[in-house]
Design a protein around this ligand. Structure first.
Ligand SMILES: [Zn+2]
Length: 594
């Protein structure tokens, strides 16, 4: 077999270096080719991990071998048939779930970002060397443990092929670990960096979520022999990345439950549970059921799919849905989260210009590289995709079916067999399941054309009522509010700094745009008063409805004056409530009483 052994040492936490050594006996006389991915599956952006590879060298027993770097991420090594050793350092200081990070508290290892692929290799071994400075550190990973490596220990791990190796991040540090079984499959809940987390509660609540997601598909994937929640808590961070039998999560130190407050359900903890729910759902929906275009990952350049609305959007629908179904959040809280999504999608004019399919296709350069014009140009396929799921669920519920039923049909048709999906696959499954050609056509319109979704109808079908109120500002997305004075529209995203209001973005059809305000402007005065949060609020409340407001601003170093024409605030904040007259519909949808 074309066996390759990686040895990874946690070399220097102060300078943040890993040392990687790759050893193998060449299986052909041709020069050896090595490469590192440019991106990691699940995160659709070119990241050029090879930029952190340093001090590359190649040797055999007779000395140094000649080599050349072919491009930004490929190397070629000449050899004499003798066992070869490649060595290099990897700089590990990226505070995200996608690469490597190493300091005196934690080591996060993504093989995709540090283990060069030896082209043609088959059986891979990864030996992780214990750091002498940290004798208490343990290791958590979905990689296969060698028979001589104890649970959660440094030592030897195995991967049958490179795609599996890079699908298994490793988390090292003073780990808290709790485990539970689901359908005889061990699930390990690992946390590092959190301050006094209630691990028992976290693990028990994750178990309920995992069971709910298993019920969506009807079974755990047959090849799932264990699952790891790798939770890395930091001072400020958020994110998750799905893997075949694990997920690496980034959260804040105090997001986990407080053992001194057993009944307390903070918003931060609900957000974390939602993230865990989301990533676990991906175990089926992305890691196994996935677009045909991504069946074979090509990691040296962008790989295009127009189905991220389906895989990220539907996952976003089922993440919070599992929280309410399991009773971890109340119906009121769930409706608040849903209304925030509806408000955000409705407010962004981008949905009138870009389809979900186009947003998916261009994720590499648009969704993942958003700038100040994103609200006007880039559709959020997570948020709007989740509302497509909601609309589809409503239509199916109306026929006595459900989105869960459709998910199971997809799982059975192409998910568990990993055959991949394209539009025709989905259309055929939906037609067979619903017997409703008009619904297939409708779904096509929601996805392949720009425009708003039939939310009012969906909401009503599900036993809810939807009303709208005026938005105080662009950040205002939920909650009941009554106004003594109706708010005025402004239409810019901003924050108050000590020297004024800093504008970060401007909606394309808004009083701010009409007044000529641009992203980057610093507004320093409102109607002759210094621009402060209070002055801005009071001027808006006290000025006659048809009176203009004068603003002074700096654009770079130029002082300008603009006039804001009044306009009533748009009603873009969605308010969702359970409709008591429709209790059976709600009961059917959520499976719980209103
Ligand atoms: Zn996701």
């Amino acid at each position: 077999m074309n066996q390759v052994r990686y040895q990874l040492s946690l070399l220097d936490p102060v300078s943040h270096y890993y040392q990687v050594r790759i050893e193998f006996t060449p299986w052909s006389s041709a020069p050896i080719e090595l490469q590192l991915p440019a991106w990691i599956p699940g995160s659709y952006m070119i990241r050029d991990f090879a930029r952190n590879v340093q001090r590359f060298q190649a040797t055999d027993s007779q000395g140094a071998l000649t080599w050349q770097q072919l491009d930004k991420q490929q190397w070629q090594v000449n050899h004499q048939g003798l066992p070869v050793r490649i060595e290099y350092l990897v700089y590990a200081f990226d505070l995200s779930v996608r690469a490597n990070y190493f300091n005196d508290e934690v080591a996060v290892i993504n093989p995709a970002a540090c283990c060069l692929e030896v082209i043609g290799a088959a059986q891979l071994e990864l030996e992780l060397i214990a750091p002498s400075a940290y004798p208490d550190w343990r290791v958590a990973t979905g990689l296969s443990r060698d028979a001589n490596t104890a649970f959660a220990s440094f030592g030897l791990y195995h991967a049958e092929h490179y795609q599996y190796l890079i699908d298994c991040p490793l988390l090292c540090g003073n780990l808290c670990i709790e485990s539970f079984m689901l359908d005889a499959v061990p699930h390990h809940v690992v946390v590092v960096g959190a301050y006094q987390p209630d691990m028992t509660r976290f693990s028990q609540e994750l178990q309920r979520i995992c069971a709910a997601q298993r019920d969506v598909f009807g079974e755990l994937p047959v090849d799932l022999s264990e699952y790891w929640f790798l939770t890395w808590a930091v001072d400020k961070g958020y994110g998750g990345l799905e893997h075949r039998n694990s997920t690496l999560l980034l959260c804040n130190r105090f997001d986990l439950p407080n053992p001194q407050a057993p009944g307390q359900q903070t918003d931060d903890y609900i957000t974390l549970l939602g993230l865990c729910s989301h990533e676990y759902f991906h175990t089926w929906w992305v890691k196994r059921a996935r677009p045909k275009a991504l069946l074979h990952y090509q990691l040296n350049a962008e790989q295009y799919t127009d189905q991220l609305w389906l895989y990220e959007g539907f996952t976003s629908y089922f993440d919070d849905y599992a929280l309410v179904k399991t009773g971890l959040i109340t119906i009121e809280k769930y409706l608040q989260l849903l209304s925030e999504t509806i408000s955000r999608v409705t407010r962004a004019s981008s949905q009138m210009h870009q389809s979900l399919a186009a947003s998916s296709h261009n994720a590499w350069t648009m969704y993942y590289k958003q700038d100040e014009n994103a609200q006007n140009a880039v559709v959020n396929y997570y948020a709007k995709g989740s509302l497509v799921a909601l609309c589809l669920d409503a239509q199916l519920q109306q026929q006595g079916l459900s989105l869960t039923g459709f998910m199971q049909a997809c799982w059975q048709a192409y998910g568990r067999t990993e055959l991949g999906s394209d539009w025709d696959t989905l259309a055929a499954i939906l037609l067979k399941y619903s017997q409703n050609p008009a619904l297939v056509q409708e779904l096509w319109h929601w996805v392949y054309q720009s425009g708003s979704l039939p939310l009012e109808h969906a909401i009503q079908t599900l036993g809810l009522s939807l009303c709208w109120r005026a938005a105080i500002n662009q950040q205002d997305v939920s909650g009941n509010k009554t106004f003594v004075v109706e708010p005025r529209a402004f239409g810019a995203w901003y924050e108050f700094k000590t020297d004024g209001m800093a504008v970060s973005a401007v909606a394309e059809q808004s009083p701010a745009k009409q007044a000529g305000i641009m992203a980057g402007d610093l507004i320093i005065a409102v109607d002759g008063l210094r621009m402060t949060e209070q002055n801005w609020r009071e001027v808006n409340l006290r000025k006659a409805r048809d009176a203009t407001i004068e603003l002074h601003l700096f654009r770079q170093q130029r002082l300008l004056t603009v006039t804001l024409q009044p306009a009533p605030a748009a009603s873009t904040v969605a308010i969702l409530t359970a409709d008591p007259a429709q209790a059976p519909s709600l009961q059917r949808w959520l499976g719980i009483g209103a």
